[in-house]
Design a protein around this ligand. Structure first.
Ligand SMILES: Nc1ncnc2c1ncn2[C@@H]1O[C@H](COP(=O)(O)OP(=O)(O)OP(=O)(O)O)[C@@H](O)[C@H]1O
Length: 265
């Protein structure tokens, strides 16, 4: 059930080799050997506290691993300059309440900061990218609103719009559908799928098995004790594996060619 990173050819995308994430007080468990290749849509599934956010932050170079290495295009993250990395990796954070006072438009423009030199202001192209991203996330009408006045779902869409404005090669999205209504959940997943179709790598932490089943090409199952398994989504989506992951009985039916998992009592 494993899908080790492809070896023996030019590395592309984001690759974890022998990676053990540093969850305080937890045994190492199983080291991760996987690659988020261009065009792939990875989902990370696991119960609360399993380490999904820790993994995403480790893959983004925001926290050090306990062991192993993360490489982008074959080069270890520690050998990248922070700014160069920020141009290539985009992180949709789970929830942030540490915002500076800023409008929605100004926040989206933050996505361009890794591309600007300290003495250069955003130019017409940066503004055009932000405008297009806000439009894509159906936020144009809120462009001049203060971020602090937005609803949870609106803020989540601003986070996605900011990374879309950045246009990174690899998207690391922590619960990208958090707070979103059904229409916007589907729109967010369609956006991430579109990014993958354009040759970007995508990894997203999800709590919704059915979104994972419908939209992910690959899945990583993270267990609270540090154990893990990963591979193509179809192979990972078995009732047995998911029941043992969540300690929850499940029923599976097929709708429109995709499995749908329903919790039972
Ligand atoms: N600074 C810290 N000190 C102690 N424990 C920590 C620290 N940071 C994270 N943890 C613990 O590490 C574990 C993994 O946290 P993480 O946020 O990665 O889980 P998660 O799988 O994303 O959970 P959720 O589904 O609830 O978002 C949790 O048990 C958390 O309490």
């Amino acid at each position: 059930m494993t899908g080790p990173a492809a070896k023996g050819r030019m590395a592309k995308g984001l690759e974890a080799t022998g990676l053990v994430i540093d969850v305080p007080g937890r045994p190492d468990g199983r080291a991760l050997d996987l690659a988020i290749e261009p065009g792939q849509r990875w989902g990370v599934l696991g119960p609360n506290g399993a380490g999904k956010t820790t993994l995403l932050h480790t893959l983004a170079g925001l926290r050090p691993p306990r062991a192993g290495e993360v490489r982008l295009d074959g080069r270890g993250l520690s050998h990248w300059r922070r700014r160069a990395l920020a141009r290539r990796l985009g992180v949709v954070f789970q929830e942030r309440h540490d915002d500076f006072p800023a409008t929605v438009r100004e926040t989206a423009l933050i996505g361009r900061h890794p591309f600007l030199s300290p003495w250069r202001q955003e130019g017409p192209e940066d503004h055009a990218r932000a405008v297009a991203a806000l439009e894509r996330l159906e936020l144009s009408h809120l462009a001049e609103r203060e971020l602090a006045t937005l609803s949870g779902g609106e803020r989540q869409r601003v986070s996605l719009a900011t990374v879309l404005t950045q246009a990174p090669d690899v998207w690391l999205a922590d619960e990208p559908t958090n707070h979103l209504d059904l229409h916007h959940q589907v729109a967010a997943m369609a956006l991430l799928a579109e990014q993958a179709d354009r040759g970007h790598g995508v990894m997203m932490c999800l709590h919704d098995l059915n979104l994972a089943a419908r939209w992910c090409s690959h899945l990583l199952l993270l267990y609270p004790d540090g154990e893990a398994c990963w591979g193509e989504a179809e192979a990972m989506l078995t009732v047995e594996a998911l029941e043992s992951l969540y300690h929850q009985k499940l029923m599976c039916v097929e709708v429109d060619g995709a499995p749908v998992f329903v919790p039972t009592r």
